[in-house]
Structures are given as C-alpha cells and as structure tokens.
Design a protein around this ligand. Structure first.
Ligand code: NI
Length: 165
C-alpha cells in the first residue's frame, strides 16, 4: 500500500515528468498502484497521487480490463460532452458533476514499453481524462467554477480534515 496524497498536498498541483525507462522500478510502482487503488475502491489512480511525479496512470473500470498508461497523450477529444459525478481518492467524500468530452483517443505505452492507441468512451473516457489531468497538476475540483470550488474545499475541510466524516 502506498500513501495517497490528499487535497492540500503541493504535489497534486505539480506537472509530472516523462518516464525515461521502462524498468523494474516502473513495474513495481504500477503493481503497488493497482493494490492501492483497489484497496481504496478506486477506478483510476495517477502516480502523483502516490507521491511520484511521473507520467503514469492506471484504470480499472467495471467491465473493462485493468489498463496502464505511461507517457500518455490525448490525441483527440469529442466535441460532444457529458456530465457525470466524479470523485477522487485524493479528495475523499467529495463529489461533483464535471463536464468533459464524451470520447477520447489516447496514445500511451504499457509498463513493458509497448505502445498502443485506442478510442474510449463513457466511463473509461472520463477516467482517462480525470487521471490525465492529475499528470498536469489538475484536480476535478479545478474544473468547476471558483464559487463552487470554494464550497467543495470548505466541505472537504469540514468532513475530512477535521475528522468529522
Ligand atoms: Ni483523481
């Protein structure tokens, strides 16, 4: 189990750097990330959330295989958008409706250095966009207006930080 960094930790707002080597250290990180994500009942997790500023994220959406994305690049997003209530292991107990493109085309490498490209839609597309945001220091609450964000942070402080959850 890895420590999950929470809202308020500076690392969540930093831009992650490219992974230079597809080595055992990377594969160990990915394995530990899957354990951590499953432990937290998450469907996606990005390396900065566990304190590693590298361009790595994973997903495991119900009905889909577990996926690993190293050095990902979003090649295309649909014009069509949809709204869905998102949460994040780094902001426990907080949920908000977030508008995002409904479909994406992504290119990335797996943990063994094999490149791939595919189209995703629905929940998987959403997870990909949410996790990819983490690599750029963006949280889902950064995608609501300032007033709503302030309210969510306040709610988080009350519920979680102060231990009244
Ligand atoms: Ni998240």
């Amino acid at each position: 189990m890895l420590k999950i960094y929470k809202l308020g930790d500076e690392i969540l707002h930093k831009k992650a750097s490219m992974v230079p080597d597809f080595d055992q250290t990377l594969r160990d990180l990915v394995e530990a990330m899957f354990e951590t994500m499953h432990q937290g009942d998450g469907i996606g997790l990005a390396a900065p959330q566990v304190g590693v500023l590298k361009r790595v994220f994973i997903s495991n959406v119900t009905g889909d295989e577990p996926r690993v994305f190293i050095n990902p690049e979003i090649l295309r997003t649909s014009i069509e958008q949809s709204t869905y209530e998102e949460g994040c292991l780094s902001i426990p107990e907080i949920y908000a409706d977030i508008l995002r493109p409904s479909a994406v085309t992504i290119q990335a490498w797996n943990e063994r250095g094999k490149p791939f490209r595919f189209d995703a839609e629905g929940l998987l597309a959403r997870v990909i966009l949410h996790e990819n945001d983490h690599l750029n220091g963006i949280l889902f609450i950064d995608r609501v207006n300032a007033k709503k964000r302030k309210r969510l942070v306040k709610l988080y402080d009350r519920k979680v930080k102060n231990g009244c959850a």
